[in-house]
Design a protein around this ligand. Structure first.
Ligand code: ZN
Ligand code: ZN
Length: 341
């Protein structure tokens, strides 16, 4: 069968590998769609482990079930989560499911960008969901990205009426905008350097948009927000400059929520005086688990997430190299999905 193998953003090969064999409790899923995540084009994250199979925003149809699988059958349309927690370790007991060692040790075989995928028993039990008929395979690839944003917003403890600034109007920025509105915050402001994306952000429910190359964000925020800055700043780009900017756009008592992962080498200086006297909280959120994927699935099913507008490009598995270059450029594309007939 065909499977994608990552070397670097400019070199993703489609190679021939054996169809994985399944064991007890496992299932074999025929991939129907798999989204390309922002993290798939983070070279500092992927390259040290290359060449590697990858892809984790997966939907498909069950082709085989192993002994002992009772909840799923051949022919079921499913979403599969690549990482699942143990639910018993110290981190799980504290609710930090994505910090669980089991979570980090679980994977799909060989990865979502393959014709067939072996889903280990633990993922079948704790990470697989049936897709209702209302959700297409393509839409189902949004379950994982939406669940990650949902987890972060919940962790940020935002409140009704909060003024939320979302930095970055890529797919994850736009998902945060829709979720924030859905969860009942007040004003949502979005900043991005690309005007087209700001137009889309308004269609997704943003009340105001700012292009920092043309307007001073701080001034604009104070102007529209009774002189105050944001109660919650969501930093979606994997950039220290954006995080730093976020800290200075956070109001007194506000939270700065880091969504995009930067490389281990990148650093910036902080002024603790400012954090202390403004009581600014810094937090980060990594990935998601089944409690959030279930809610994300429900939101997508009820059309609370604008899937049609989020998915801008579709490519076949053979064209994955082209698709990755498009995502790495981060210009006109939002969500790019690999699809199969
Ligand atoms: Zn993802
Ligand atoms: Zn655990």
């Amino acid at each position: 069968m065909k499977a994608a193998l990552y070397y670097c953003n400019d070199d993703v090969r489609v190679v021939d590998v054996p169809v994985p064999e399944i064991g007890p409790g496992e299932v074999l899923v025929e991939m129907k769609a798999c989204g390309i995540c922002g993290s798939d084009v983070l070279e500092w994250y992927r390259k040290p482990r290359a060449p590697m199979h990858f892809g984790h925003e997966l939907t498909g149809v069950i082709k085989q079930v192993g002994k002992g699988v009772n909840n799923f059958q051949v022919g079921d349309r499913v979403f599969v989560h690549h990482h699942v927690p143990c639910f018993v370790c110290h981190y799980c007991q504290r609710g930090s499911y994505t910090m669980c060692p089991t979570y980090h040790g679980t994977h799909l075989d060989p990865g979502g960008f393959a014709e067939f995928v072996r889903v280990p028993a633990i993922n079948v039990e704790r990470g697989m969901l049936k897709l209702p008929p209302e959700i297409s395979f393509e839409e189902g690839t949004l379950i994982e990205p939406v669940s990650c944003c949902l987890r972060g917003l919940k962790k940020s403890e935002m409140r009704e009426g909060d003024t939320v600034l979302v930095i970055g109007a890529g797919a994850s920025g736009l998902i945060h905008v829709q979720l924030a509105k859905l969860l009942g915050v007040g004003m949502v402001i979005v900043s991005d350097l690309i005007d087209n994306k700001l137009t889309i952000a308004r269609e997704f429910g943003a009340d105001y948009t700012v292009n920092p190359q043309k307007e001073d964000i701080e001034k604009k925020l104070r102007q529209i927000n009774e002189g105050r800055l944001a109660d919650l700043v969501v930093v979606t780009p994997a950039s220290t400059a954006a995080i730093k900017q976020g800290i200075y756009l956070a109001d007194k008592g506000a939270t700065v929520y880091i969504f995009g992962p930067t490389s281990p080498e990148e650093a910036f200086s902080l002024v603790p005086h400012h954090l202390f006297f403004s009581e600014i909280k810094l937090m980060a959120s990594y990935s998601s688990y089944i409690a959030e994927t279930k809610v994300a699935l429900d939101y997508i099913k009820r059309k609370k997430i604008n899937s049609a507008k989020l998915i801008t490009h579709r490519f076949s598995l053979d064209e994955i190299g082209k698709a990755m270059k498009l995502v790495a450029k981060a210009q006109e594309s939002l969500k790019v999905v690999i699809v199969r007939d």
